[in-house]
Design a binder for this molecule. Structure first.
Ligand SMILES: [Zn+2]
Ligand SMILES: [Zn+2]
Length: 338
């Protein structure tokens, strides 16, 4: 429709014509379906002060809704206590991350996932195993899936990730995984790690954010890339429904205090789920960031390399001052003796 035709269409219109025009304009906008709702527990397995004295199952399996499972590795099995996500479509299933424990005896991840996978034509549904990023605590269980039939494991190195998902202009663009009646978008989110991606599920409206955004320490490798990633995800989600942001770990208690690094006990854990406001606040948090450490109610920004260098520098200054002080003391005593 040309502009002059449109003007004429409106000026001489009846109510019916105006309604038709509104319908045309509305149909040009993307329409996002209402996400399938699900439930999250108020408290996950929090480990124990003395894990030997209180044995517990290595994996907690939670059904968010019948086609979405959340698996939490016990803090007693690994202090990382990773969250792993299984999304079921009608043709394929997607597993996001394989957690921090390799040994299938200690952590029967593949066995548990296979039990959760439905059958299709008398066979288990094909499975795609992908990672939020290459850090070992997100892929230690990979080899448990290596020899399973109808299972494909996405490479974890940057070239492999780009090639597998078909990114030609990394970190721009999005890739799509079609699970059959359910599409998962893959959004590059480098900054914590250069291979990092987030997954957006159109069925539940959940963003699976790995270590990019979680109730814990956001460990920064590249602050500029991290901020750009935050802007990219904010933009991607701008017109889309967002139920929850679910990350790879919980490292804070409900008051926002971080657990000691390596702790197997998480009393009064912070909730796993973060919200859109946590994401939209992230770019500004990076703009204000002092390069070392900043605490927010639901996450902590920290650059571990900068902090180690600052600590080493402070140590060096203290040591130099001590040596200088001792030298002056020695000189003073020597001159007094003379
Ligand atoms: Zn990581
Ligand atoms: Zn991690």
């Amino acid at each position: 429709m040309r502009l002059d035709e449109l003007r004429c269409f409106v000026c001489g219109s009846s109510n019916a014509r105006l309604l038709t025009l509104a319908a045309i304009l509305l149909s040009a906008l993307p329409a996002w379906a209402e996400p399938v709702s699900g439930s999250l527990p108020a408290q996950w397995n929090i480990g124990a002060e003395d894990c030997a004295a209180s044995p517990q199952p290595p994996l907690q399996v939670h059904t968010y809704e019948p086609q979405t499972f959340i698996l939490r590795q016990s803090p007693c099995a690994t202090f990382e206590a990773n969250f792993i996500y299984l999304l079921i479509g009608s043709d394929k299933a997607l597993l996001i991350d394989t957690g921090a424990v390799a040994d299938p005896q200690a952590m029967p991840l593949a066995k548990t996932v296979l039990e959760l996978l439905p059958d299709k034509e008398h066979k288990k549904l094909p499975l795609l195993v992908a990672h939020t990023h290459r850090h070992l605590d997100h892929r230690a269980g990979d080899h448990q899936f290596a020899s399973l039939p109808s299972t494909q494991v996405v490479p974890f190195d940057l070239e492999g990730v780009r090639a597998f998902f078909g990114f030609t202009n990394w970190p721009n663009g999005t890739a799509h995984i079609d699970l059959g009646g359910r599409t998962v978008d893959v959004i590059p989110t480098p900054g914590h790690n250069q291979t990092h991606v987030a997954f957006y599920d159109d069925r539940t409206g959940i963003l699976f954010s790995g270590d990019f955004l979680l109730p814990g320490r956001l460990l920064i490798e590249d602050a500029g890339a991290y901020r750009e990633s935050a802007l990219r995800v904010v933009d991607f989600l701008n017109a889309r429904p967002l139920s929850h942001i679910l990350g790879g770990h919980i490292e804070l208690n409900a008051a926002g205090r971080a657990y000691r690094f390596g702790s197997h006990y998480h009393p009064n854990e912070h909730r796993l789920e973060l919200a859109r406001a946590d994401l939209t606040a992230l770019p500004a948090a990076f703009e204000r960031f002092n390069g070392f450490y900043a605490r927010y109610p639901n996450y902590i920004l920290t650059n571990p390399i900068h902090n180690i260098l600052a600590l080493a520098f402070t140590g060096l200054v203290v040591l130099s001052l001590a040596v200088f002080g001792l030298y002056r003391l020695w000189r003073r005593r020597r001159s007094r003796r003379k």
